[in-house]
Design a protein around this ligand. Structure first.
Ligand SMILES: [Fe+2]
Ligand SMILES: [Fe+2]
Length: 356
């Protein structure tokens, strides 16, 4: 299959990046707000429970509800003048420090980067809300529809809590990055339950859990930690729904279908990885006197690039794909070569251009 955003790729040293730089093209991607999403509406007349593990998950979902307005202590202060995360958690702040920038500038850079990251999570939550709504239609069984419906309200709450945190505490909601927008559109446009579950539930929910967990472990801000903790509890159920569904999908798939899913999963996350945060860096790096491509070239050539870069992938997505048989000997080397996967010893292969 052709690489996603093929026209916006080029080599940066040994690494192929995806970088949409044309302002008109970025605007076009963002203004594409009506997406043709093929959804098959599937009735069922079986109202009793058929899949006990899904029904249990639905019960957990009901019990795990919380109110973003009243359960969160919104009095917590978030300030540009304090470290919201540990300094090491911000690539931009570290660069500012390396170049001799003072602590106030480092804090400002970290604050901007965090605002950008949370904004992208927020846009991802909106995609999850819309896609999960589609799942209530395409799922075969009532247990699946029940669970998907409970996830819809979870995703609405995540949008509520993250948008409130951004508007009231950070002060900015950054627009969606063009790579993320392209990939989320690809998931929303994907046909059939198999790809919707794989794309959103397995790939993006898995990435989101990895990123949120990393943010929470670095957080110095009780309000932000509390929000992340609450959202992560929900996301863990969503990921479980994805895995339970995917196990059944995998069981019913032919070898050809498995290969297609394996290649598609790789194509999606390879594109995300190929952006190397250039969408964020194009927005923020110049403000601090940095050139985005220099930063990415420096990072991808680091000796421990694979180890650092693979962390959010190795947290949840890669182990799940391995368990499902959706990373096999056929593709494993590509994941490792691009710094998205390490072996059991935590080492990745060196970064080499990927053929084809
Ligand atoms: Fe969510
Ligand atoms: Fe979710």
């Amino acid at each position: 299959m052709e690489k996603i955003l093929a026209a916006h790729r080029h080599q940066l040293g040994n690494f192929e990046v995806v970088d949409v730089v044309d302002e008109a093209e970025i605007a076009r991607l963002r203004e594409r707000i009506d997406i043709d999403a093929p959804v098959n509406v599937h009735w069922t007349w079986e109202y009793g429970s058929e899949v006990a593990e899904l029904r249990r998950l639905y019960e957990k979902g009901k019990a795990g509800q919380w109110n973003a307005e009243t359960d969160v202590d919104w009095d917590g202060v978030v300030s540009k003048d304090e470290w919201v995360l540990n300094p090491e958690a911000s690539a931009l702040a570290q660069l500012v420090q390396m170049m001799g920038g003072n602590e106030a500038t480092q804090k400002a850079a970290a604050f901007d980067e965090l605002g950008f990251t949370i904004s992208q999570l927020l846009h991802g939550e909106q995609a999850a809300l819309q896609l999960c709504g589609q799942l209530t239609n395409v799922c075969d069984q009532m247990d699946q529809k029940f669970y998907a419906a409970s996830q819809v309200i979870d995703e609405a709450r995540h949008i509520e809590v993250l948008s409130k945190f951004l508007s009231h505490k950070i002060g900015t909601i950054y627009p969606i990055g063009s790579t993320l927008k392209t990939l989320l559109d690809t998931l929303l446009e994907a046909e059939g339950m198999r790809y919707k579950v794989l794309g959103m539930q397995t790939l993006f929910e898995g990435m989101a859990v990895g990123i949120m967990d990393m943010l929470r472990s670095e957080s110095r801000c009780p309000l932000f930690s509390d929000i992340l903790y609450r959202v992560e509890q929900d996301e863990a159920r969503h990921a479980a729904f994805g895995v339970l569904n995917m196990r059944r999908i995998v069981r019913d798939s032919s070898e050809r279908e498995m290969h297609e899913m394996e290649d598609w999963a790789f194509a999606i996350l390879e594109t995300l990885n190929a952006n190397q945060q250039l969408d964020m860096l194009r927005t923020l790096a110049p403000k601090y006197g940095f050139e985005p491509e220099m930063i990415v070239a420096g990072f991808t050539q680091m000796e421990n690039f694979g180890e650092l870069n693979s962390r959010p992938y190795m947290h949840t997505v890669v182990p799940n794909l391995l368990r499902l048989g959706l990373i096999t000997d056929r593709t494993q080397d590509h994941w490792m070569r691009l710094g998205m996967m390490t072996d059991a010893k935590g080492t990745a292969q060196s970064v080499l251009p990927i053929a084809g």
